[in-house]
Design a protein around this ligand. Sequence first.
Ligand SMILES: Cc1ncc(COP(=O)(O)O)c(C=O)c1O
Length: 428
Amino acid sequence: MIYKRSSALFTEAQKVIPGGVNSPVRAFKAVGGDPIFVKEAKGAYLYDVDGNRLIDYINSWGPMILGHAHPPVVEAVVEKAKKGTSFGMPTEIETEIAELAVAMVPNIDKIRFVNSGTEACMSAVRLARGFTKRDKIIKFAGCYHGHSDSFLIQAGSGAITFGSPNSPGVTAGTAKDTLLAQYNNLENVKEIITSNPDEIACIIIEPIAGNMGCIPPVEGFLEGLRELCDQHGILLVFDEVMTGFRLARGGAQELTGVNADIVTFGKVIGGGLPVGAFAARKEIMDYLAPVGPVYQAGTLSGNPLAMAAGLAMLTELNEHPEIFESINKKTAYLHKGIAEVLEKYDVTHTINRRGSMISVHFAKDAVVDFESAANGNNDTFKKFFHGMLEQGIYIAPSAFETWFITEALSYEDLDATIAAVDKVAVTL
Ligand SMILES: Cc1ncc(COP(=O)(O)O)c(C=O)c1O
């Protein structure tokens, strides 16, 4: 395939946008080469500026659960846009989508809309701190909750007592309040809680991790966190920015049967427009301004176009819950097909899957946390990525990402993908 025009546009973009992109992972730094510039997309396909058609397994990193340019979503946005694009005043549609979300998701009474997953997680943590009157939080290595300061933390010299910034610009003062734990390691979480008695406001977690490739929780892990939170007056925050309205109507809470105290959303809830949200029981949410003391705000929060897209998307998922079953089946089909091919060519791999989230780790052993994900062979991944791209299949340009399956994918698309893996695997 030819990517001449994309490369030319990338050269131009780098002159006026840092790294030529508005979000770093788009830049292909982990896999090498120039990023592809999209012209348009429809259903399961991306069409780039060089005229190539690609089967899309990123789907805007999750939200295009029903495919690109899904007609009800597009129509809802177009109709709303004709009536004004932003007012900074309340609109009826905000209540409509809030009512629907509250009906779909277990254990929440109220929800507030923001503009991104980052904002949702940042606000959820502030709310947890305000509600518990405690400062520290626990997050898990390899989980991503957006780019706000409290989350850009790596293990410090004493990981049990404090973390350290993993980006310049994050202060040591902020980092000391984020404690880093190992995913799927309950003992490690217990140790951290014991070393910081009555200081931890919340544990924030991707209940099915997607940001170190797909890593599901091992049996009993989420249940164990719930128990620890109850014992120690800590709030459990499920970051459902990836899993919400994707793994089930009620997200990971419904799928796992474990209740969180605060849930954050992004991606699907905005139908591809910039939307995030956080939600909880009434007594927690009423801690927010203007009712309560915790301040949080946004000029474009609840924006009518974004709400229209989100409402169209959630309505369809709510009325057709068979979609969840269908995308799970498609993902299982893909899983089986890819595994058979990689086994045929003796390619060392581990495939992790939960529902419609799947990732191929080029690692020998089980991938259960960041360390084991990082043990994967990145050179093999790079070859795999570029080989698949050459075959017209677009997967995330990093080994630490999940593939997102959309209902728009046909079984022919899945077969084409498996056939592409067959061509590429022989070169790995
Ligand atoms: C689990 C999770 N939380 C939070 C975020 C941040 O969301 P956003 O990129 O909309 O700020 C992401 C983004 O990929 C995510 O995957």
